[in-house]
Design a protein around this ligand. Structure first.
Ligand code: SF4
Length: 398
């Protein structure tokens, strides 16, 4: 039976190709961002603090020493620091500050009974689902009033708004899991520790909100299971993606950047792009020039029409050319989408002459087919007359 975690679902929404490489092809990568590395170390320190709490209160200095020890033990060459002006030490010290702040705010760590630490949960999203959802709850707590609390540590540097947390899928899904696995959990509270801000934020879910979330996740899973193409989707998150060498949007960059700069010119792809870029820039210069000339022609055109009207001539003589000025009445239809256009179409239909002026709009047909607007018999009948071809668009980024 397949299983889905919230991060898995989020990855699919961000980039289907990254999802495939990670979760379908299971290509392991050890590269991680320093922010994720810091988050892991913070989580470890909290897990240890609360584990020990069953026996004693760990002094702050000992907790910080534990954090530092894990930081050194686990640091590896694949930890990526994308902000060039920062060092690993900056992040290590930042993590220390998060621990100090948390420690001072929550000491002596007796806000309820701990039911689970880094607790793995697996549960069906709905009765009869052919897949399970899974996740790891940072800390599951039984509050003094009997409510279950799902605690989550966030070490990120962006402060979410209350509305973001009220719509947060991760803890919402965990609540569905907790209430499935422990039906005694009638009352559940969701708690975020935003340690970069020394702030705690909370949220609750109504049964209706949970049902809506359940449907949303089920339809996303259906989309994943029906997906065949797994196309790459570039975004700012590519900076944290470890699959550049396998991604069609990035792998040539990786290949070229691995070459010494003096060999770039000999690389076949580089040669194509350089040639394309040169012609493209030339075309752009010519277009600017053409626009200026078009403006000048328009002015002269108006002068010629005025001259022809004033002089009552159709042909104007030049030194080595003649200019013919011809006038012709044109019918102008109301703009597409306007009320007048709609009324005109109705008139034409009513007069029984619509077929004489209506035409197939190939772009509208292409859009309708691509968006899957028609299905079944209609689509089958249309498909007998149309064919498909792959069209390529080149976009030059300077
Ligand atoms: S580099 Fe970007 S587009 Fe390519 S797989 Fe990774 S996230 Fe997707």
């Amino acid at each position: 039976m397949s299983e889905y975690s919230i991060s898995q679902l989020g990855t699919f929404e961000e980039c289907a190709l990254q999802y495939k490489l990670n979760y379908v092809d299971k290509i392991k990568r050890y590269e991680e961002g320093v922010e994720a590395f810091l988050g892991q170390r913070f989580h470890e320190a909290m897990e240890w603090l609360y584990k020990e709490r069953a026996f004693r209160i760990v002094p702050l200095e000992e907790l910080l020493a534990y954090y530092e020890k894990k930081w050194d033990e686990k640091w590896h060459a694949e930890v990526k620091i994308s902000r060039k002006e920062r060092t690993s030490d900056d992040y290590r010290v930042m993590g220390r500050r998060f621990i100090e702040d948390y420690y001072k705010r929550h000491h002596p760590f007796d806000e309820g009974r701990v039911l689970g630490l880094e607790r793995y949960i697996r549960f069906p999203l709905a009765e009869g689902s052919h897949y399970n959802c899974k996740g790891i709850i940072d800390r599951l707590v039984l509050a003094p009033d009997g409510a279950f609390e799902i605690h989550d540590y966030k070490t990120g540097s962006s402060l979410p708004e209350q509305t973001d947390l009220d719509a947060d899928r991760q803890l919402g899904l965990y609540q569905i899991g907790v209430q499935t696995l422990w039906p005694k959990a009638k009352e559940v509270r969701l708690v975020w520790h935003l340690v970069a801000f020394d702030l705690e934020m909370r949220s609750r879910r109504t049964p209706e909100a949970l049902e809506e979330l359940r449907c949303e996740i089920a339809s996303l899973i259906d989309r994943i299971e029906a997906e065949r193409e797994f196309a790459p989707h570039e975004s700012k998150l590519c900076d944290w993606c470890p699959y550049w060498d396998l991604c069609p949007a990035k792998k040539h960059l990786v290949k070229v950047e691995a070459l010494p700069k003096e060999r770039w010119k000999d690389e076949p792809g580089v040669r194509i792009v350089d040639a394309y870029a040169e012609r493209w820039r030339k075309k752009r210069e010519l277009e600017v020039e053409a626009k200026t000339v078009e403006g000048e022609l328009e002015e002269i055109r108006e002068a010629a029409i005025e001259f022809a009207q004033k002089e009552g001539v159709q042909v104007i003589a030049g030194t080595d050319a003649r200019l013919r000025v011809t006038g012709k009445e044109r019918v102008i239809s109301p703009a597409k989408g306007s009320k007048e256009r709609e009324a005109l179409e109705q008139e034409l239909r009513a007069a029984g002459v619509w077929d004489e002026v209506a035409m197939l709009d190939p772009s509208a047909l292409e859009r309708a087919v691509a968006e899957g607007r028609w299905t079944g018999d209609v689509l089958d009948r249309i498909k007998a007359y149309i064919s498909t071809e792959r069209r390529y668009t080149l976009t030059l980024k300077e």
